[in-house]
Design a protein around this ligand. Sequence first.
Ligand SMILES: [Zn+2]
Length: 387
Amino acid sequence: MVDVVGFINDKKEEMVQLLKEIVERESPSTNKELTDLLGSWLAEQFSRLTKGEVTKIENDQYGHHYRAEWGEGKEKLLLLAHFDTVWPEGTLDSKPFRIEDGKAYGPGVFDMKGGIVQGLYALHALEELGKKLNKKIVFLFTSDEEIGSPTSQELIEKEAAGSDRVFVLEPAMGVEGAIKTSRKGVGIFQLQVEGKPAHSGIDPEKGVSAIGELAHQINYLHGLTDLSLGTTVNVGTIHGGTTSNVIAAHAEAEIDLRVKAQSEFDRVIPLIQNLDPINDQTSVEVTGGINRPPLERTEDVQSMYSAARSLASEYLNIELPEKETGGGSDGNFAAQLAPTLDGLGAVGDGAHANHEHLIVKEMPVRSALLALLLMHYGEEKGGYEDE
Ligand SMILES: [Zn+2]
């Protein structure tokens, strides 16, 4: 196993070069032309580095997805990566790829193009060193994670359902590079309130304010937050009314619900869906529901994390902390169907933010960690054994 670590470490400059090339191919989720260009380039890189097979999964709406395979076996291990970013076309002009003080900057470098490079080099090492695993590796490259995975969710779930383990190349958490062993589930709801319009000066007694009703509902909804359980309800947007001298006939709001456990979805969702008007002359209607289920810190997740921590300490001489996050990823979908470990990608900071960067010297370390995990779960002969 030590040979894998050394091999990848020697490839650091190549990895940085590939990182530059992938970051300089912009890929905003909603720009099909650009994501398609990057997708086909990634497929070539996969074939070149791993000699594996790549299949294009056609997509009319967003960029084509790619399903890549390496090795052989009845069972499979699944790697998840998305190659779209939140950054619009032209971001490179103001934020070109650059390295400064050991940090690489550029749109999507941390979320999650760095993770893709690390994943490719983990498989490159296994291929070049002639490692034979008893499971096939399936590497999914998807194009629409940053907009909620509308066209890839089904594909991810189908692959995860048939997989022995799932590894998600989303960024690690914090500069200490923690593995994400718990991700909150996300619910999104729309609330519509109808009142009765009237002139606020001439006939105030004839109107019923939808805005007044919405204000009460917001207080109630925010009161559902229970930080001790990790449950939060946030009314994130409100709209309503027409002009200041009209009692508002209509108001609406968008609600974000986050929970750590499915049991909290079961408890809180009915409270949101069955809101009663406080003023019975108004009506309220709620639509929406679960967007991503929670990735819970199950025994499976804990055992994968402790395998990763042991490998990291034994072969890479690093401590590998774990953390929970309120953000969702495709790991949330996969975790419902197979044991899933998330946050195995780049170490750095600033996902979706102006200071987005990754720490260059961590790239070969995390790439090697992934290779070691694949060997561990793929039972490479003479490999790491559980104590
Ligand atoms: Zn991401």
